[in-house]
Design a protein around this ligand. Structure first.
Ligand SMILES: C[S@@+](CC[C@H](N)C(=O)[O-])C[C@H]1O[C@@H](n2cnc3c(N)ncnc32)[C@H](O)[C@@H]1O
Length: 203
C-alpha cells in the first residue's frame, strides 16, 4: 500500500492537534457539504478523513449515511475511539484511494480535503478520478480542497501539487460540471497560514 508507512508513522508519533492540517472543525467543508447536500439521507464520504472532526460534525448535523476512508488504520482507529458508540453509524474504509474499490456503493457527495494534492504522479490522479467516476452517483457532487496557487509546496515532508480552479477541474475533465470555487486561509497549529482552494462540481 503505497504511502501507508509514511502516514502510519505520522499518526503514531504526532498528537491529533499537532499536525499542520489540524483544525478543530473543518468549517468550510461542513458548510459547503450542507449547501450542496442539504438532505440528511444523502450519502457522504470523506476521503482521507484522518483524525479530523468532520465525521463528528456530519453525524451531529444528522447525516445518516456517512463513510470515511483513510490509508492509515491508526487514524481510523483513533477517530472511531473518539466517536465511541456513534462510530457504529459510520462506514469505515482503510485503503489507498488510488487503488480502492467501493464495489456497487455510490455516493451523493465525495469530500476530499488535502489528499488529492499529494498525488504527484499522473497515473495516480487518473486512478483517483476514475474511482470518482464510478463511485459518485450521476448528478452527485464532488467537493475538493487542495492547496491553492500560493499554498505550500510540501506538506508532511511530501511534495504536493498546487491548484487553481481551472487546473483542478482539468484533472477531472469534461464528465464533471464545475459549479463553484473559493479560496480559504488555514491557520496551522504552528502559527503559519496556508492557502486552500475549495472547488466543487457535479458528476
Ligand atoms: C493532510 S491529511 C488531511 C486529513 C483530513 N482530510 C483533514 O483535512 O484534516 C491527509 C490525509 O490523507 C490520508 N492519505 C494520504 N494519502 C492517501 C491515499 N493515497 N489514500 C487514502 N488516504 C490517504 C492521510 O493518511 C491523511 O489522513
Amino acid at each position: 500500500m503505497q504511502g501507508s508507512d509514511h502516514w502510519e508513522n505520522v499518526y503514531r508519533n504526532k498528537q491529533f492537534d499537532a499536525v499542520s492540517w489540524y483544525a478543530p472543525h473543518l468549517s468550510e467543508s461542513l458548510r459547503l457539504i450542507q449547501e450542496l447536500c442539504p438532505d440528511s439521507t444523502a450519502s457522504v464520504i470523506d476521503i482521507g478523513g484522518g483524525e479530523s472532526t468532520l465525521v463528528d460534525d456530519l453525524l451531529r448535523s444528522n447525516y445518516l449515511d456517512v463513510s470515511v476512508l483513510d490509508i492509515s488504520a491508526t487514524a481510523i482507529d483513533f477517530t472511531r475511539q473518539r466517536l465511541g458508540s456513534k462510530a457504529q453509524d459510520v462506514s469505515w474504509h482503510v485503503g489507498d484511494i488510488t487503488q480502492y474499490d467501493f464495489g456497487s456503493k455510490q455516493f451523493d457527495l465525495w469530500h476530499d480535503r488535502a489528499v488529492f494534492h499529494f498525488l504527484t504522479e499522473p497515473a495516480a490522479r487518473s486512478a483517483y478520478v476514475e474511482l470518482v467516476r464510478r463511485s459518485v452517483k450521476p448528478g452527485g457532487h464532488v467537493l475538493m480542497a487542495t492547496f491553492g496557487p500560493d499554498g505550500p509546496l510540501q506538506c508532511s515532508g511530501l511534495d504536493v501539487v498546487r491548484y487553481d480552479d481551472k487546473s483542478l477541474h482539468d484533472e477531472f475533465g469534461e464528465g464533471f460540471q464545475m459549479l463553484g470555487s473559493e479560496m480559504a486561509e488555514h491557520n496551522t497549529p504552528m502559527g503559519t497560514r496556508q492557502q486552500f482552494l475549495y472547488c466543487w462540481c457535479r458528476a
